[in-house]
Design a protein around this ligand. Sequence first.
Ligand SMILES: [Zn+2]
Length: 246
Amino acid sequence: MAKAWLNGFLVVSLLAVSGAALTGCESADDSNPAVSGGHAPGSTQAVGTPDNPSGLPGGATPNGNTMVIGVKYVALRNSAGDAPSPTQDQVVALFQNMSQVWSQCDIQFRVEAYSSPVASADGQPYYPANQSDLEAMRGKYDDHAHALYVRSGTWNRSGDLGNDGSNGFSTIPPSNPEGTVFEQSVQTATLLLAHETGHLIGGLGHLSDSTSLMNHFVSPTNTQLSQWECDDTRAAMRQYHAAWIR
Ligand SMILES: [Zn+2]
């Protein structure tokens, strides 16, 4: 697939998240299997201690139109002596922030499954090098009942994951298995993961609009989802991911 990469560096703040975001993403392809990638060095967010375990953004109240999506987050560890990272609380905070981004579509996320297995114990490489490694992780952890997010160690750039800065790849429906896999440096990068979520849950492609969340270049000013993107995402959720809807 053709790739379009933009170089740049931004330091801005959004959703009380400070950090640098530089993200490009491979052109989305609706064929199956399809993957799309993005990269955003750095861009971690402040640790929060959410008091709302449902994953709903603070102050947001679900209404009859709200689509709540169940999430499974797998934070791989390299060895049993490593502390889980991010923690479950950090993941809940991440998805509260992602729910704020996706509130434009009246979509919210609820973290229902969190685990931090040792990669080797599950037969997975901690430092993946190839798309086949990411696909194996999806096959291992996709339970077909949750939107899947797998955080690996830093990618080994010697394989076909490449060395262009990409650090997240998502499937596009219909795919089996499905999931977003990303490396440690972006494990709580709200906008990168919100962008990847557009591919994962809605099959959304890229847009050139400089304000769009689905722009190749994800920065703190790329946050918008259009009405038709919301409509497409909700339709794709119902068609392909009914089991993820709560
Ligand atoms: Zn993308």
